[in-house]
Design a binder for this molecule. Sequence first.
Ligand code: FAD
Length: 341
Amino acid sequence: MAAPKVAVVGAGVIGLSTALCIVETCPSCSVTVLSEQFSPNTTSDVAAGMLIPHTYPGTPIHVQKQWFKETFTYLFAISNSAEASEAGIHLVSGWQVFKNTPKEELPFWSDVVLGFRPMSEAELQKFPQHQFGQAFTTLKCDCPPYLLWLEKRLKATGVQMYTRKVADLWELHSEYNIVVNCTGIGAHQLVGDKKLFPVRGQVLKVHAPWVKNFIRDGDGITYIYPGIHRITIGGTREKENWNLSPDPGTTKDIFDRCCSLEPSLQGAQDIKVKVGLRPSRQCVRLQREVLSQGGVKLLVVHNYGHGAGGFSVHRGTAKEAARLVRECIAALQGASSRAKL
Ligand code: FAD
């Protein structure tokens, strides 16, 4: 059989990392990325890119932990290499603080991040409205540089990238053997997935280089995440809200909430407002599907629905999607040798 032709649809963190894992683990494939938008115009560009997992209620915890661990290990190696600054990957230490002690004092990911421990009384004095906290070191992706780094690596291996909106996965069947669907919230329309819904997030990207530690309120809504050049402060979680326009009232509310956690942010400058739609679902859709029309089959692998945690698990889910692509290739090769008999 000729080299299998694989189309990856989507160029956010999920599409690009999935394309890279396919290239790394199936070198005989010819891989093309097709996407309506590339960086800097994806949801992935808006994200803070912190490696603190979100919990998917429909996915077993050991699977989520495996995805997170694989992602952490992969990015930790980049952060410890000469590529770190170009890839926008760095270690960041800080605190997650709670107004009331949470039921689960040890989250499932506590032994994956570095140096996880309860905060001391002295540290908690920085947060007079909070009574419990956890200190740890994790990784952060500066999202647009990381996406560009992934694109550069893909181009270096010969992957072609085209701007194209796909209206129906079937339109790809004459050109490709396997289609990998990494369209994020776009899958709502593309494959009519009614279990997928947007959770709108508004954030501010500010210049405040004196803030070095991350601070996250345990409710997950208010956070301060320092990047290499700018700080992402947030945020909102608005279920089923498709509005991509920034709301000025929300901007003021975010700024006030973050200043109450870190008063020195009052001096922040060059405030830019961004909005993104988290592609949310009870569980990530990571599965094979065979589409069939008039006796013609199209092999599809879905990898979308990462909600609030796409950066935290992207490498783990990309590896699993690449494994599913290898299963599809084995099925194609089996069918091709049977046809020759
Ligand atoms: P996207 O980045 O949306 O990419 C989808 C791609 O598919 C795009 O290129 C799009 O153009 C393309 N596409 C869609 N439909 C079609 C079509 N029909 N044809 C062709 N192309 C199509 N996660 C974390 O882990 N840590 C964080 O700190 C974090 N912070 C966040 C903060 C905010 C405010 C938001 C909104 C999200 C945050 N997230 C965070 C979540 C993270 O951003 C998402 O989980 C992740 O970006 C999803 O990536 P994706 O590649 O699936 O989607």
